[in-house]
Design a protein around this ligand. Structure first.
Ligand code: AKB
Length: 312
């Protein structure tokens, strides 16, 4: 019998596509989807599903023991923009869920953990361009603080208790299948839905705000690849920088206009501008390239063409 996998937060933006990919790779019955709410029809129909609360340690443990889970992907989190509205809830969800899973690793009840970090671990004092793997990290959002703290705990559980936990600092992720929720980079998905519907878009960031981004297909491949890498190749046990592309709202608008010449974007920055301003504009991912041979495949133009093809 092959390994059994649990995806917690399986119905979210990353979780949905990750669960479907893992089911393709390891078999539908081998991948248990867990979330606090039901997800897409495709996800619900294709394999086992459990309603679960990532903050309930007993429930997470019961499900792991019941299905004899070996690997857990913990994708449940509150993102940057929503986190600023509900700081207590963001902290509790992002930290408690991580400890629940790390402790199962410490007690040897599961073998391997994937936990996503984010470019939000960086802050205004971080070098903004080509941000190195190891650098100043003074995040200013609750989400960023929770991710940076989580990274330190991942490293600690690995070093002290031998927990095989692996992590990536995701940039903003762009996909046509599932909508993001509550992030600062969400504009880069919303803009496609408007363009595909033949409508104009009002952007909540300024036109020249450059952020690191990635097409979901690359992000899912990176996630599977780091989990498949031999343990000794995974040298960073906090989290890996990962880079796909970097662009501003004006640049993505122009790339969309190549396909949709009538498309117009106006700019009305809100509270999310300050969050974006605190994050890097581009990321150095040499460590991921060297340690587990990471290679992105999508650039701005190829990503825009794919998004519009699928949404139109
Ligand atoms: C967000 O905008 O909060 C997320 C992230 C960069 O982690 N997409």
């Amino acid at each position: 019998m092959g390994k059994k996998i649990l995806v917690i937060g399986a119905c979210g933006q990353i979780g949905t596509e990750l669960t479907m990919r893992l089911r393709e790779l390891y078999g539908n019955d081998a991948v248990i989807a867990g979330d606090i709410r039901e997800g897409s029809e495709e996800l619900m129909a294709s394999g086992p599903f459990e309603i679960m609360d990532a903050m309930d340690g007993n429930q997470v443990e019961d499900i792991c023991l019941h299905y004899e889970i070996e690997e857990v992907y913990l994708m449940a989190a509150m993102l940057s923009a929503t986190g600023e509205k509900y700081p207590d809830k963001a902290w509790k969800l992002n930290m408690n869920s991580l400890f629940n899973v790390l402790d199962l690793g410490k007690e040897k009840k599961i073998d391997k953990i994937f936990w996503p970090s984010s470019i939000a671990v960086f802050g205004p004092t971080t070098p903004q361009e080509n941000t190195p793997q190891h650098t100043v990290m003074e995040p200013t959002t609750v989400y960023g603080i929770s991710k940076q703290t989580g990274e330190r705990w991942c490293q600690y559980y690995h070093d002290k208790y031998g927990v095989d936990v692996r992590s990536i600092r995701y940039p903003g992720l762009i996909s046509w299948k599932t909508l993001p929720g509550g992030g600062t980079t969400d504009y880069a998905v919303d803009i496609f839905h408007k363009a595909a519907a033949g409508e104009n878009y009002e952007c909540f960031l300024k036109d020249d705000t450059q952020l690191p981004m990635m097409y979901m297909e690359d992000a899912i491949r990176a996630t599977v690849e780091i989990m498949e890498a031999p343990a000794e190749a995974v040298k960073e046990r906090s989290s890996y920088n990962l880079s796909g592309m970097s662009f501003t709202p004006a640049q993505i608008a122009n790339a969309i206009k190549v396909h949709k010449p009538a498309f117009e974007v106006s700019y009305q920055p809100d509270y999310r501008q300050a969050i974006a301003d605190s994050w890097p504009g581009s990321i150095n991912d040499d460590a991921a390239r060297k340690d587990w041979q990471w290679q992105p495949q999508f650039e701005l133009e190829t990503m825009v063409a794919e998004m519009l093809k699928h949404l139109s």
